[in-house]
Design a protein around this ligand. Structure first.
Ligand code: IMP
Ligand code: MG
Length: 179
């Protein structure tokens, strides 16, 4: 069991301003991509909650907001490599523009699980994957997000939805711990 990290051990990696500016930029790109067509947003709880609520406020088309819950991390710093579908009830997404919103792509196993799940269950009109953060170095699949805001190195980050053992999701910035 790892020691509890405290907020004073955290260094700021991405400030609140940087996050909000990039999210506004992404909102613009999505408005251009979808034009005025309706979009079914799928927010992957719990990590993507902050990113999703800030991003959808920039969207100008009709947005149908959905939440699903998956888990892959245990309570530590590394992925368990197994994805659990905790709650994946969704409306009929056949023929819809579907935008999956994730907090971070690490190994890519969660993203792969979700994309496979969507393709198996629905024939969507479009299926796009958008992630706030992208840890390219630790990828174990060939999944790339269609949209991502920041590339980060192989470090454990918390804040703005991301947690360590359930805590720190409320921070308005992305922080990291030096291990
Ligand atoms: P993947 O399946 O390995 O790509 O991991 C994706 C999930 O692991 C994310 O949705 C996060 O919940 C979690 N995760 C990956 N890296 C971090 C991190 O640095 N901090 C907190 N959670 C993380
Ligand atoms: Mg997550």
């Amino acid at each position: 069991m790892l020691n509890m990290i405290t907020e004073k051990d955290l260094k700021v990696l991405i400030t609140e301003r940087e996050l909000q500016d990039k999210i506004a930029e992404l909102g613009k790109k999505l408005n251009e991509y979808y034009k005025k067509e309706e979009v079914y947003v799928v927010c992957v709880l719990k990590g993507s909650v902050m990113f999703t609520v800030d991003l959808v406020k920039h969207l100008k088309m009709p947005v149908h907001l959905n939440f699903i819950r998956l888990s892959s991390y245990g309570s530590g710093f590394t992925s368990t490599g197994k994805v659990n579908a905790v709650d994946i009830s969704l409306p009929d997404l056949n023929g819809k523009n579907v935008l999956i919103i994730e907090d971070i792509i690490d190994t890519g196993l969660t993203a792969k699980f979700l994309i496979d799940f969507m393709n198996l269950n629905f024939k969507t009109k479009t299926l796009n994957f958008c992630s706030l953060l992208d840890k390219k170095e630790t990828r174990k699949t060939d999944i790339q997000p269609d949209y991502s805001c920041f590339d980060i190195g192989n470090q454990f980050v918390v804040g703005y939805g991301l947690d360590y053992d359930g805590f720190y999701r409320n921070l308005p910035y992305i922080g990291y711990v030096e291990t």
